[in-house]
Design a protein around this ligand. Structure first.
Ligand code: NAG
Ligand code: NAG
Ligand code: NAG
Ligand code: NAG
Ligand code: NAG
Ligand code: NAG
Length: 587
C-alpha cells in the first residue's frame, strides 16, 4: 500500500540508489494503459458459495459511496437496519461488495464494520485508464446477532489519495443478501456446546468458522473509529487495549482476529535484520528482520497468536502479475479464530478484563482489530466455569545471520505451542473444552551478486485443535484446522547502463494458502496456489513496461462435492480458464 506521506521518502531512496534490491519486494503503479481497451473485470479465485444459485429473499444496500481523497478523514458511515420485509432468522446472509475504478491509482486497504465489529477486510485492484471492476461475495451469517440490530452504523474505510497524479476514485457498492430458504449444504458443525447432537455434525460449507450457530453477542475489540475502527500498530510496543466485561452466562467464546500490514512492514517476510542495514549504510527503513506474530493477551496473559498469511497486495512485487486475477486473499483477507472457551473460568467473575492486541517485532504499520463472538446459556443468568490447564511456553526462535557487505543469508526458525483447558457447567451439562494451538515458521533471506539478487523463502505451518468432552469423558465434538502458507519470492535487479533512474526487475513469486479443516464428521480441503514470473522496467515506483505470467490452481473438496479452477494469465489477459466440479480432477 502506498500512503501519500511515504512517497517523498521513497522517491528519495530510489534517486540515491540505482540498484535497490535490498528494499525489494516493493510496491508499484502499473502502466495506465490497459492491456484491453474495454472495461475489464478482475477477480479472486474462490469457491462458489452454496447460496450463489439462489435468489435472495431480500437485500439491502448498506453503503453506496465514492472514495476519492479520503486520506486522514473519518470513514464513511451509514445507518443500518435489517430489512423490514424479511425479519430474522436467516439461514444464510451474504455480503456483496462491488467496486469500479478508472485512472491512475495504487492499491488501497479497506474494511467494513457493523457497529464497530469488522465483517470484511479487503484491498483494491489498481485501475487502468479504461476502467476495471470486481465483485466480492462473503458469507456473513456468523455476524447474525449484529445483522438483526436496528439503527447501527455500517462503516467503511478506504484510505485513498486523489490529486493531479493519482486520479483513480473507487466507486463502492455494498449490499447484504438475506436468504430465507434453507441453503444446503448447511453450517459447519462443532465443536459446539449449544447442540451437542450427533445429527448436526454432518453439515456443510460456510464461513462460520469453528461453530455451527452464529454467536449471540459480538463485542468488537476496536478503535473509536476516527480513522476507521482498526488499531494502527506502529511498533512492537504499540499494543492496543479494550476492557470487556463478559456476561456471566457465557458458554463459549471465540476471538476472531483481522490483520493487515502496510508501509515499511508490507513485505515483513522479506525484511533483513537491522545489522545488515546499519553496516551497509542503507537508508531503507524496512528492517527489524522477517518475523512477525500478531498476539492477544487478556489481563497480561498470553491467550493466542497468529503468524498471518502473507497477502501480496495488487501493487506488490510486480503489479503485472495480479491482473485480471488478483493475488490470494486480496479481495477477501482471511480472519483467524482463537477459541478462548477454556479461559472462561477466570473471565466470568463479573469484573472487566483487559484484552490487548499487538504485533511482535512490528514496524510501521499494521491494521489490527478483533471480534469476540460470545454464545450464551439462555436458560440461566450464570454458569459455573473453571480453567484447569494453562500451558503457554514462550516462543522458541532461532535467528542466524551471515553476511559480508551486501551479500549473505538470514535464517529464522520459530515455533510456539500452547494448550488450554477448562470446563463450563450449564443447563446443557458440564463440558470440558481442550484447545491446542501450534505453529512452525521458517524464513530464509539470501542476497547474492552484491545484493542485486534476492531470494525469500518462508514456510508457515499452523494447527488449531478444539475438543469438547462431556462429563462422562466422551468426546462430543472436535474441530481441527491445519494451514500451510509457503512463499518464495526471487528478485533480480538489473541496472540499465544508459539510464540511471531506470532499472529492470526480474521476479518469480510462488505462494499458496492450503487449508484442511475437520469439524466432527465434516472435512474440507482447500488447495490454492499461484506461480508467477516476469520482468518489468521501472522508474521510481512506476512500471514502464514488462511481461508477466501467472498460473493459479484452486481446488476445493468436501463431502458435498468438489470444485476446481485453473487459470493462466499473460500480460493482463486470461489465456486459460478451466473449471470443473468433478472430484476426479481435484487433488
Ligand atoms: C455513527 O456514525 C456517525 C458518523 O457518521 C457518528 O457521528 C456516530 O457517533 C456513530 N454512531 C455510533 C453509535 O457509533
Ligand atoms: C558505512 O559508513 C561508515 C562511516 O562513514 C564507513 O566507515 C563504512 O565503511 C561504511 N560501510 C560501507 C559498507 O559502506
Ligand atoms: C465438571 O467436569 C470436570 C471434569 O470432568 C470436573 O472436574 C468438575 O468437577 C465438574 N464440575 C462440576 C461443577 O460438576
Ligand atoms: C555494490 O553495490 C554498492 C551499492 O549499490 C556499490 O556502491 C558498489 O560499488 C557495488 N560493488 C560492486 C563490486 O559492484
Ligand atoms: C524464474 O523461473 C523461471 C522458470 O521457472 C526460471 O527460468 C528463471 O530463472 C527464474 N527467475 C529468477 C529471477 O530466478
Ligand atoms: C485447460 O484445459 C485444456 C484442455 O485440457 C488444456 O490444454 C489447458 O492447458 C488448460 N488450461 C489451464 C489454464 O489449465
Amino acid at each position: 500500500m502506498c500512503y501519500y506521506y511515504y512517497s517523498a521518502f521513497i522517491l528519495f531512496l530510489f534517486l540515491t540508489r540505482t540498484v535497490p534490491t535490498f528494499t525489494a519486494p516493493d510496491h508499484f503503479l502499473k502502466p495506465l494503459k490497459s492491456p484491453k481497451p474495454e472495461v475489464q473485470e478482475f477477480f479472486e479465485l474462490t469457491n462458489p458459495l452454496p447460496s450463489d444459485h439462489l435468489t435472495p429473499s431480500c437485500s439491502v444496500t448498506v453503503i453506496h459511496h465514492s472514495y476519492a481523497n479520503t486520506v486522514n478523514s473519518p470513514p464513511f458511515s451509514k445507518r443500518y437496519s435489517p430489512p423490514s420485509d424479511c425479519p430474522p432468522p436467516w439461514p444464510r446472509v451474504v455480503l456483496e461488495l462491488r467496486v469500479a475504478s478508472s485512472g491512475e491509482q495504487y492499491d488501497r486497504i479497506a474494511a467494513i464494520w457493523l457497529d464497530g465489529a469488522e465483517i470484511l477486510r479487503t484491498s483494491t485492484a489498481e485501475p487502468t485508464e479504461s476502467g476495471i471492476f470486481w465483485r466480492v461475495r462473503k458469507d456473513i451469517t456468523r455476524y447474525s446477532s449484529l445483522l438483526s440490530k436496528s439503527r447501527i452504523n455500517a462503516t467503511m474505510m478506504l484510505e485513498n489519495v486523489v490529486n493531479d497524479i493519482y486520479t483513480g476514485v473507487y466507486h463502492v457498492h455494498v449490499s447484504f443478501l438475506f436468504y430465507k430458504e434453507n441453503v444446503i449444504p448447511q453450517d459447519v458443525g462443532i465443536p459446539s456446546i449449544i447442540s451437542p447432537n450427533k445429527n448436526n455434525y454432518n453439515l456443510g460449507t460456510t464461513d462460520m468458522g469453528l461453530f455451527q450457530t452464529p454467536s449471540d453477542l459480538i463485542i468488537p475489540i476496536c478503535d473509536n473509529g476516527q480513522r476507521g475502527h482498526w488499531f494502527r500498530v506502529e511498533s512492537e510496543s504499540d499494543v492496543h487495549m479494550k476492557k470487556v466485561r463478559f456476561p456471566k452466562n457465557t458458554l463459549q467464546v471465540v476471538l476472531e482476529l483481522y490483520a493487515s500490514f502496510h508501509g515499511n512492514d508490507e513485505f515483513w517476510y522479506s525484511n533483513p535484520p537491522n545489522s545488515y542495514i546499519r553496516l551497509n549504510n542503507l537508508t531503507t527503513e524496512r528492517g527489524n528482520g522477517a518475523y512477525r506474530e500478531v498476539f492477544v493477551t487478556i489481563d497480561g496473559k498470553f491467550v493466542g497468536s497468529e503468524v498471518v498469511f502473507p497477502v501480496v497486495f495488487t501493487g506488490g512485487i510486480n503489479p503485472l502479475f495480479w491482473e485480471p486475477v488478483v493475488a490470494i486473499g486480496d479481495f477477501k483477507l482471511p480472519s483467524y479464530d482463537l477459541d478462548l472457551t477454556p479461559l472462561l473460568g477466570w473471565l466470568l467473575d463479573g469484573k472487566s478484563h483487559e484484552i490487548r492486541v499487538g504485533v511482535d517485532d512490528a514496524i510501521s504499520f499494521w491494521l489490527v482489530n478483533a471480534n469476540l463472538h460470545i454464545w450464551l446459556d439462555h436458560g440461566t443468568s450464570r454458569v459455573e466455569a473453571k480453567s484447569i490447564v494453562y500451558n503457554s511456553p514462550a516462543l522458541t526462535i532461532e535467528r542466524q545471520e551471515a553476511f559480508r557487505l551486501l551479500d549473505g543469508s538470514f535464517r529464522i526458525k520459530a515455533k510456539r505451542k500452547s494448550e488450554f483447558a477448562g470446563w463450563v457447567k450449564s443447563k446443557a451439562g458440564n463440558f470440558t473444552t481442550i484447545v491446542s494451538q501450534e505453529f512452525r515458521v521458517t524464513n530464509l533471506i539470501r542476497f547474492y551478486s552484491n545484493g542485486t539478487y534476492k531470494v525469500v523463502k518462508q514456510r508457515v505451518k499452523a494447527k488449531r485443535d478444539s475438543r469438547i468432552r462431556a462429563d462422562s469423558g466422551n468426546l462430543i465434538g472436535r474441530a481441527v484446522t491445519r494451514r500451510r502458507y509457503p512463499l518464495t519470492v526471487i528478485t533480480s535487479t538489473v541496472p540499465l547502463a544508459h539510464k540511471a533512474d531506470e532499472y529492470l526487475l526480474v521476479t518469480n513469486v510462488s505462494h499458496a494458502l492450503n487449508e484442511r479443516r475437520i469439524n466432527g464428521n465434516y472435512k474440507r480441503i482447500v488447495y490454492n496456489r499461484q506461480d508467477s514470473e516476469g520482468w518489468m522496467k521501472v522508474r521510481d515506483h512506476s512500471v514502464l513496461s514488462g511481461e508477466a505470467t501467472t498460473w493459479q490452481r484452486y481446488n476445493f473438496r468436501d463431502e458435498f462435492g468438489c470444485y476446481s479452477r485453473t487459470v493462466l494469465a499473460f500480460n493482463g489477459k486470461l489465456i486459460g480458464d478451466n473449471t470443473t466440479f468433478s472430484c476426479a480432477a481435484s487433488t
